[in-house]
Design a protein around this ligand. Structure first.
Ligand code: IPD
Ligand code: CA
Ligand code: CA
Length: 262
């Protein structure tokens, strides 16, 4: 079976990014998957293109993709595809969104790319070979204390109804840091940690395609990336993520582990 290269993922992400760029600020067909969880025809067009390319160039590979579910195939070759990460921003004409594609070989995430078509920023990583932004090597921020940090997080689509709404952690960090942002694209949140733009990121209730690519990019830039329980496999359920440079990671983990009410 043919293995893809990082260049293959980058080309795919750029092609899909063109679709997102062309559809940006046009009138959309919005469908609802949940109360506030929406999808546009552009999410679907982007996913169709990526899946068609993977199936024609890498037949037999297994694909997990957000809108269609993906393609059944060999579990030794698994793709994780989010054709439009930040779809609520997209539907509101907010220019913060991305295409996220990762490839795992033999059970380990090997290749990753996240493309922001509005800024023409292509984040990529190959396991063991570092992370890059438009070809330039990336490394995480040197900040080691929360008081000097700028963090980012997100909130789940079921936050109207779940007690795991992330508001308690948000409240804790908001009072200990320079700020907590909410960009609306988990893939970009992780890439911004890789680039040292944000010092740390956490979120609950994500999906594998939200974090597979950005997670490898952040790891390869020097971040420690786990789920909120400190377990290394943040791509499998229960899906939560904590990503930060190691010194800050420990401080963030301590805040998250505080008992309720503290
Ligand atoms: C969402 C974004 C958002 C995160 C949500 C995700 P989507 O993905 O990554 O930042 O907070 O949990 O579902 O729906 O825009 O692909
Ligand atoms: Ca997503
Ligand atoms: Ca999406």
């Amino acid at each position: 079976m043919t293995n893809p290269t990082l260049n293959d993922l980058e080309q795919l992400a750029r092609q899909a990014g063109k679709i997102l760029r062309a559809g940006y600020e046009t009138k959309h067909q919005v469908d609802y998957k949940g109360t506030i969880d929406l999808v546009t025809e552009i999410d679907r067009q982007s996913e169709e293109l990526i899946l068609a390319e993977i199936q024609s160039r890498f037949p037999g590979h297994h694909v997990l993709a957000e809108e269609s579910g993906g393609v059944d195939g060999d579990n030794a070759h698994v793709w994780y595809v989010d054709p439009l990460d930040g779809t609520v921003n997209y539907a509101h004409n907010v220019p913060i969104f991305s295409v996220s594609i990762a490839y795992a070989c033999g059970g380990e995430m090997c290749l990753a790319t996240v493309y922001d078509p509005m800024r023409d920023e292509l984040f990529s990583a190959e396991r063991g070979r570092g992370a890059r932004l438009n070809g330039r090597p990336l490394s995480v921020s040197p900040v080691t204390d929360l008081a000097h940090s700028l963090l980012v997080t997100g909130f789940p689509y079921n936050m109207w109804s779940t007690p795991a709404d992330n508001l308690q952690y948000f409240g804790r960090f908001a009072k200990m840091t320079q700020g907590v942002r909410r960009l609306g694209s988990a893939a970009l949140d992780l890439c911004y940690v890789a680039a040292g733009r944000f010092d740390g990121y956490w979120e609950l209730s994500l999906q594998p395609w939200d974090v597979a690519a950005g997670g490898l990019i952040a790891e390869e830039a020097g971040a420690r990336v786990t789920n909120l329980d400190g377990k290394p496999n943040y791509v499998s359920p229960p899906q939560s993520v904590l990503a930060a440079p190691p010194a800050l990671y420990d401080k963030m983990a301590a805040v998250i582990q505080r008992p309720n009410g503290n």
